[in-house]
Design a protein around this ligand. Sequence first.
Ligand code: BGC
Length: 368
Amino acid sequence: MKKKLKKAFAVLMCVTFVAAMTTGCGGGSSDSGSAKSEGTDSKAAGDAAADAADAAGVDVKDAKVGISIYQFSDNFMTLYRTELVRYMVDELGFTEGNITVQDGKNDQAEQTNQINNFITSGVNVMILNLVQSSSAPQITDMCNDAGIPVVYINRQPDETESDRWESEGIKATYIGADAKQSGIYQGEEIAETENKGDINGDGKVSYIMIQGDPENIDAQNRTDYSIKALEEAGMKTEELLLQRGDWDQVKGQQITQDALTQFGDKIEVVFCNNDAMALGALQAIQAADRKVNEDIYLVGVDALTDAVQNIVDGKFTGTVFNDYFGQAQGAADLAVKFLNGEEVDAVNMVDYIKVTGENAEEILEKIK
Ligand code: BGC
């Protein structure tokens, strides 16, 4: 992981440049270039997954790739897809015009249509950030029937599904980060503060939890494991509010504003499942004249630049770096393995990194 991260950081200048052109990156066209399954040297033929291995032997520069992101307006997934396309084109030799990136618009039916269109247009591999991870069995079957391998990213299909890929030799895989780890890091960040989150000294940490989309395993695990970690550090906890904010900054702001009106000084910690919601929470905290790290703590996940800058400035307690470089590059590498007809593991995990006042400057240098 360290090696991967280093490599990723080495290309940051490039990423910054590409990030400035994000929209341009989103829209490769699907009809240039032809990537038929030529060159299949029957390497994979004959094994159990033969019918899903049509793509084996496709040269990357000719390979057609269908990518669908659950929602373009998600700022974390924007960093992710920008790095994904940059890495594929600049470092792996894919042809930009052969890569189609679509916006799932947070609508599973819309995204399923896009996937059907990818199948019709004959892509060689797909990289999918599902709107609903519960759709994975249906989508996997569609792609498998068409002989197209799939790399799932960011939203993990459940274990029954990934076990099935292995047992049935289906060409599907997942790459992400173990959300339990990010939750644990958030809990530890609070436990490492001078009063362990118990600002008013009443023997318990009273918190509000702003959750992502609760269907998403990341949202569930960050919610559970942040509190477990704090309790394991010896603290009693009191949940004042648990509300879904769907990963969204505006919702994070509204929920926090309402909670501050309802619970006032009782709130000692605002846990947010991601930084976008935490940035919204910070707006509400400041509007209510509360001071982070003095009379309230605030933690997020992702390490968006603004969030890390806020840690440096003392306005955020902590975040957790969700390594989109490692995940995007890993996803592209897995796609290439499929194109080469190689075997891949069903589940691939990249580590998170805790970000607090102690290392925020260093992380900021690396991501900005
Ligand atoms: C990230 C969120 C993002 C979500 C999208 C999570 O892993 O932390 O910021 O919005 O994925 O699925």
